[in-house]
Design a binder for this molecule. Structure first.
Ligand code: ZN
Length: 322
């Protein structure tokens, strides 16, 4: 995908393309903006553009350099991010990067490091700062972060900042439909559930999110005791997924409230479950819906605090049944 096809970030993309066309490429960029709005994809496409052997106004996407970067097998492009299940990039990774950057490029114009800068701890940040202070002429750094305050000032001041804007709900739906072939209903639901974060939306999709969403709504709306067994039962989900389930319930109860106030079915998010939304709107009072939302928020906090999750969920179900 050419850099220009990154959607909804025309301003950021314009700055990057201009820096290449005017041959004024900085040594270090900081892509700043909320999670899941296209910063990482833009970094990869920008790396392709910089090293494309057939580039015109954009990367060609087909030359050896572009296709190696696409497959993440280019020897001069380094993606530095956390390992699965980890939150921090250890200093060893930055030391290794430093050693590899000191070699001549194998085949590229630029050696490029794309770094998830917010996951660097203090030690790793200081190690990165040392490299940024004396970069080689053929090195280029693209730091990616949601919040500049989480980074060392001395790192931020060495970077050209490129801002990525938050996406609107329509932007997210559009991107999911156009770039990932997701149909409209599911795209809308994924947009809402992910908090307008494309990356999260795609990971939720992989987990068959629609079926899971409905399993959660069914389990909590049925008044049957939660089951300790059964594949789809919330009790057997991972803690992360149980937390996502709380967001699903919040979304459902908000739908009920919204419908109660507006009587407008087009305003609700769980459009595929309108029957049960209507049923709840009929039988529940506003006060009890508001309490339900409070209970779910409390359960969410408990799950984050590592309490016994089965107990927290059973308690929640009892409270919601009242
Ligand atoms: Zn190319």
């Amino acid at each position: 995908m050419p850099l220009s096809e990154i959607k909804a970030q025309e301003r950021a993309i314009g700055i990057l393309k201009k820096s290449v066309s005017e041959a004024r490429v900085a040594h270090a960029y900081l892509f700043l903006g909320p999670d899941g709005v296209g910063k990482h994809s833009a970094a990869i496409e920008f790396a392709k553009l910089l090293n494309c052997t057939a580039r015109e106004t954009d990367n060609c996407g087909k030359c050896i350099s572009c296709s190696k970067i696409e497959k993440a097998i280019h020897p001069d492009i380094f993606i530095i991010s956390t390992e699965e299940g980890q939150r921090i990039i250890p200093i060893d990774k930055i030391r290794e990067l430093s050693a590899r950057l000191s070699l001549k490029p194998f085949e590229a114009r630029y050696k490029i490091a794309v770094i998830d800068a917010q996951s660097l701890n203090k030690e790793a940040s200081n190690a990165l700062l040392k490299i940024l202070e004396e970069p080689g002429a053929d090195m280029l750094f693209i730091l990616v972060a949601a919040d500049a305050n989480a980074l060392l000032d001395t790192i931020v001041s060495r970077c050209q900042i490129v801002r990525f804007r938050p996406l609107s709900r329509l932007d997210v739906i559009d991107i999911l439909k156009m770039d990932f072939n997701i149909d409209g209903n599911e795209a809308g639901f994924l947009a809402d559930l992910s908090g307008l974060n494309i990356k999260k939306a795609l990971s939720l999709r992989g987990q068959d999110a629609l079926a899971r969403k409905n399993a959660v709504i069914d389990e909590f709306s049925s008044n049957m005791p939660l089951l300790d067994s059964g594949n789809n039962s919330i009790m057997n989900l991972t803690r992360d997924m149980q937390q996502d389930a709380m967001d699903i319930l919040l979304c459902f109860y908000r739908d009920v409230l919204v419908y109660k106030y507006t009587r407008d079915i087009s305003m609700i998010m769980n459009i595929d479950r309108q029957e049960i939304v209507l049923e709840f709107a009929k039988k529940k009072e506003v006060a009890s819906l508001n309490s339900a939302i409070d209970y779910i928020e409390e359960a969410k906090v408990s799950l984050e605090a590592n309490v016994n999750s089965k107990l927290a969920l059973k308690l929640l179900q009892e409270k919601l049944a009242v």
